[in-house]
Design a protein around this ligand. Structure first.
Ligand code: F0G
Length: 364
């Protein structure tokens, strides 16, 4: 371990477990090293004796976990001489791809479903100067088009079908074990295209397996719980679905690309998939903001919605330690946040001491 404390990104931190060499030019925005925050109020509110930690991935440079995969994918694309990257996206991958392309000095093309990505994600992607192609179709259709076009044009796909994405994202599991000193009993996360559950499971397996180069760090692996939005739950249906729909636009996906890997994570860990309504997801998002001061985006809150449900039924027992991944920052989706808080509209008053005093007394 270096004595320097300046975190320089997850490739620098975990390079002995990632496919890079000493001469690789690392494209990084110092991603990773996100806080693992223990919830202090929600366990008491729900009356459960459990330790719940949230891995707040919304604090990555572009506000989502995608940066972990993107630093690796763009580093390798550049190493292999690529001048352009491409992805389909529900918003976060496009923002991340655009930022890392800007950092590398290469071009980014992003296909997004017209009108179905959160405002903040669109703003980011525009500012990072990607070429945005909006399609009259959903993420799954965009993904098929990206796979086709990459056969005909000199562009590297940076969706999670790119294996370097998974390698970058697996470091989140490393960080959790490095922070806690143990693997949690359960790991809950939202599932869309299913790259992230694949990546966490890979990371947990690597840290619990001895190889020629590494001794196992822990013996235990968590049980993986993958939660989907009710209108976009192909893993619960057991087959891809045609017209996914949910307010959690990040996970509005019907035909996940990492289908087999995600089922392997579920089976090997003894975990499960489940689905929750938009109302349950939004209630969990609000609960986390209101009672813990942690603002994640709607899709991310599926992890807590699922956990709350599984704690209430006892499927996840008291005494457990649990990590929920909060995949993205709530600031990315201001429209849904403001819509949710319509009953708490700010009051507007005269700019006078009396009026301010009255406003305070009125709401005490
Ligand atoms: N949470 C957020 C905030 C996401 O943006 C995504 C996926 C997921 C969860 C699901 O992760 O796909 O690895 O199962 N967003 C992708 C995108 C699809 O284009 O930004 P997954």
């Amino acid at each position: 371990m270096s004595t320097h404390t300046h975190h320089q990104g997850l490739i620098a931190r975990y390079k002995d477990r990632l496919p890079v060499s000493d001469t690789t030019r690392i494209i990084s925005l110092n991603e990773g090293n996100t806080p693992l925050i223990e919830l202090q109020n929600i366990p008491r509110l729900i009356g459960k004796d459990v330790k719940i930690y949230v891995k707040f991935e919304g604090l990555n440079p572009t506000g989502s976990f995608k940066d972990r995969g993107m630093t690796m994918a763009v580093t390798k694309a550049v190493e292999q001489g690529s001048q352009a990257i491409i992805c389909a996206s529900t918003g976060n991958t496009s923002a991340s791809a655009a930022a890392y392309a800007a950092r590398a000095g290469i071009k980014a093309f992003v296909l997004i479903p017209d009108g179905k990505i959160a405002l903040g994600k669109l703003a980011q992607t525009l500012m990072y100067n990607a070429t945005i192609i909006q399609i009259n179709g959903n993420f799954d259709q965009g993904m098929e088009l990206v796979k086709e076009v990459a056969l005909h044009a000199p562009v590297t796909i940076v969706n999670s079908i790119n294996p370097y994405r998974i390698d970058g994202q697996k470091t989140a599991a490393f960080e959790i074990i490095d922070d806690l000193g143990f693997a949690p009993d359960y790991h809950c996360l939202p599932v869309g295209n299913a790259g992230n559950i694949t990546a966490y499971w890979k990371g947990y397996k690597e840290y619990s397996t001895s190889t020629d180069t590494h001794a196992a760090i822990v013996t235990k692996r968590p049980i993986m719980c993958g939660y989907q939005a009710a209108g976009a739950a192909p893993f619960v249906a057991g087959h891809p679905i045609d017209n996914p729909e949910t307010i959690a636009t990040a996970i509005r996906i019907g035909n996940p690309q990492s289908w087999d890997f995600a089922w392997a994570a579920q089976k090997e860990s003894g975990g499960w998939f489940d689905k929750f309504t938009d109302e349950q997801i939004l209630a969990a998002q609000k609960m986390l903001s209101k009672h813990e001061g942690i603002f994640c985006e709607p899709a991310s809150a599926a992890s807590l919605a699922g956990l709350l449900h599984d704690l209430s039924t006892g499927k996840i027992p008291e005494g457990s330690s649990i990590v929920c991944t909060l995949t993205g920052n709530g600031i990315k989706d201001p429209d849904v946040a403001i819509m949710q808080c319509a009953d708490a509209k700010p009051v507007t008053i005269d700019a006078s001491l009396d009026a301010v005093k009255r406003a305070i007394l009125d709401s005490l």
